[in-house]
Design a protein around this ligand. Structure first.
Ligand SMILES: Cc1ncc(COP(=O)(O)O)c(C=O)c1O
Length: 397
């Protein structure tokens, strides 16, 4: 039974029963968005579901009657053990991850995985293929140069990363140890809609899914490794989730630091050292929330709807707003666009912020505007942005 005290800006739950909590939160989540008064379009750390924040708030001081906060509880105690086990099992349900794969909760951000992947899958003399579709795959392929011999088999650089190659046009290296892609380029807004088949002997496809993780169903069996920083779709910064085929464990280069050896983490259920307990706890609430939303099929529908509303508005603006990405690979998560009259962009971003739509500035390296519309961005936020875009255009004929 949930009991609540209502303050002007927040609801504080003293006790709750899980399912009644979620039912109740869904019915008031719109009001809660308005309570905070803003829609946050940041690329990450990014907006989190209101219901998750309120549930975490309600449990912060005294975690489920333990007399301690989750931040004060041993990572080897029964309370945290239950949290991390539930996080893993809910994630397995969301993505239908079979037992052939280990699920790891690691630290160091997705950037650390740029080194961990080659260190675990290659020896220094081995080659690995990289498809480079934007800023993050550039970084991944450069980092790999320290640990193996990466080949950039396709790069969208000359076309300013506005498209993805057709998979037949790329010459893969037959003895490459793996093929690496970035599932969604957060800066350029380019997203893979299907995946290449690796031609390498062991058919290992590796994907950085940091910015579209859990935004749609994915056939995990096609991959050897998937990694994702949590701070876009599934939690705060501080944890990186790695899903790795168990058969690939145990082959790390001898120089690999133990913290980058997937086997060390798989053998200890992500408790080789002290994990980021609070971050994992928030991820577990997000996974629970996503399951209650109807899972990833339902999330994909919502994400398609939101992105459709925004791209339609851009396309209908008579090039006042311009999306540079080829339509077939436009990201559902990050929507970068420019104003044809670029001198208006600063004003656009400032006025939007005054109206409660914040963090719309494009990435430093490309400028322009970027609306990140991850799972937790409600349709109402996108509709408000579109109404503002139309009004802004009307005021600048
Ligand atoms: C697709 C992608 N990969 C990797 C990274 C790097 O993540 P981190 O900052 O957690 O190391 C980011 C960060 O935004 C990203 O969007």
């Amino acid at each position: 039974m949930a009991t609540a005290t209502l303050s002007s800006t927040s609801l504080t739950y003293l006790h709750f029963n899980s399912s009644s909590f979620w039912r109740r939160r869904f019915s008031i989540s719109c009001a809660a968005v308005l309570d905070r008064g803003i829609y946050n379009f940041a690329a990450g750390p990014a907006t989190l579901p209101e219901s998750v924040l309120l549930k975490a708030q309600s449990e912060l001081y005294n975690y489920r009657g333990s007399g301690m906060s989750i931040m004060e509880i041993s990572h080897r105690g029964k309370e945290f053990d239950a949290v991390i086990k539930k996080a893993e099992s809910d994630l397995r349900s969301l993505l239908s991850i079979s037992d052939d794969f280990a699920v790891l909760f690691l630290q160091g951000g997705a950037t650390t995985q740029f080194s961990a992947v080659p260190l675990n899958l290659c020896m220094p003399e081995d080659s690995a293929d990289y498809i480079v579709t934007g800023s993050w795959s550039v970084r991944a392929s450069k980092e790999a140069q320290k640990f193996c011999k990466p080949n950039v088999i396709w790069s969208g650089k000359s076309e300013k990363y506005t498209r993805i190659c057709s998979f037949d046009e790329i010459p893969q290296t037959l003895d490459a140890k793996y093929l690496h892609i970035c599932g969604n380029e957060t800066v350029q807004g380019v997203e893979f809609k299907d995946y290449p088949n690796p031609m390498n002997k062991s058919s290992i496809l590796v994907a950085d899914m940091s910015s579209n993780f859990c935004s749609k169903p994915v056939d995990i069996s096609k991959f050897g490794v998937i990694y994702a920083g949590a701070q876009k779709n599934v939690g705060p910064s501080g944890v990186t989730i790695v899903i790795i085929r168990r058969a690939l464990l145990g082959h790390a280069q001898p120089i690999a630091p133990v913290m980058l050896d997937y086997k060390a983490h798989a053998d200890t259920d992500s408790l080789y050292n002290t994990p980021p307990c609070f971050t994992i706890y928030i991820c577990s609430l997000v996974f629970e929330y996503l399951l209650h939303q109807g899972g990833l099929v339902a999330m994909e529908k919502k994400n398609e709807k939101k992105a459709g509303v925004l791209y339609d508005a851009i396309d209908a603006s008579g090039e006042f707003y311009v999306s540079h990405v080829e339509k077939s690979v436009r990201s559902l998560m990050n929507v970068p666009f420019t104003l044809q009259r670029s001198e208006l962009e600063k004003k656009f971003i400032e006025e939007a912020a005054k109206e409660g739509m914040v963090q719309l500035k494009g990435h430093l390296s490309v400028g322009g505007v970027r609306a990140s519309i991850y799972n937790a961005m409600p349709l109402a936020g996108v509709e408000k942005l579109v109404a503002f875009m139309k009004d802004f255009q009307a005021r600048h004929p």
